[in-house]
Design a binder for this molecule. Sequence first.
Ligand code: ATP
Length: 255
Amino acid sequence: MTPVVELSGVHWGPKRQADILHDLTFSVAAGEVLAICGANGAGKSSLLRLLYRHQAPRKGTVRLMGRDLWLMKAPEAARIVAAVLQEQPTDFALTTRQIVALGRLPHRKGFGPGTLDNAVVEAALRRMDLTAFADRPFGTLSGGERQRVMVARALAQEPQVIVLDEPTNHLDIRHQLELLALLRGLGLTVITTLHDLTLAADFADRVLVLHQGRIIADAPPSQALTEATIARAFNVTARVDRSGPAPRFSFQLHG
Ligand SMILES: Nc1ncnc2c1ncn2[C@@H]1O[C@H](COP(=O)(O)OP(=O)(O)OP(=O)(O)O)[C@@H](O)[C@H]1O
C-alpha cells in the first residue's frame, strides 16, 4: 500500500546556510502514530515544517499519498495534512468557534460557509469538549483550552494526516492523556513531536529519534527508546526499567 507520507533523501537548511536536516528517509502508513523525539535543536520542528508544506526540501522529496507535496497546490495539501503548532493565532478577539471554522478554509468552494462546514465545526467543538467555550474570545481562554481549540481547528480541516508540535504543552496530566487517546482514536495518521519519552513510549506505534538533524532510530518504542539511543540523543546517562507494565525512564547528567 502507498504510504501516506514518504520522505526520501531529504535535506533541508535555511537559505545560504548549511544543512540542518540530513538525508531523512522514512515513511508513515495510514493510521500509524509516529512520535518524533530528540534534544532541543535536533531538528524536530524543522522536519514538521517539511510535512505541512511550510518549507521545501533542499534535496530529496516529500510525498503525500504518493504525490510530490510541492507539485500540489497549498489548499490541496491542506485538505490532506493539518498542523497543530506551538505558535497560536494572534487575533485574540476571534471566538473559539471562529478559530475552529478557519479549519474549513481549504474546503470552501463558494463564498460563505455552508451547512456541512457548520456541522463539521460543531462536531470538532464537541469532540474537543469546547462547546461551552464556543462564543468566548480566544484571548480569554487558558493555555490548555487554547491548545484544545488548535486541535479542534485541525479536526475541522478533516485531514488524513495530523502533524503536531509538542501538543501536550500547557496540558495537565489528565488532558495530556485524553488528548493522546483522542488522537489515537481518530484513526488518522498522526505525526507528533513529544519531549516526554514516557508518553511517546505509551502512545506511539513508532518512534523516530533525531540527533543533530539525522535519524538515529526509527522503530517501535521499545526498540527506539533504548538506553544507548537516549544517551546519544540527549547527552545524558539513561536507565530504562522495563520490569513494570510501562517502561520507566530515569536520567542523570554524565558523572
Ligand atoms: N530558519 C532558520 N534559520 C536559521 N536556523 C534555523 C532555522 N530554522 C531552524 N534553525 C535551527 O535549526 C536547528 C533545529 O531547530 P528546530 O526548531 O527544528 O529544533 P527542535 O528539535 O524542534 O528543537 P526544540 O526541541 O528546541 O523545539 C536549531 O539550531 C535552530 O536554531
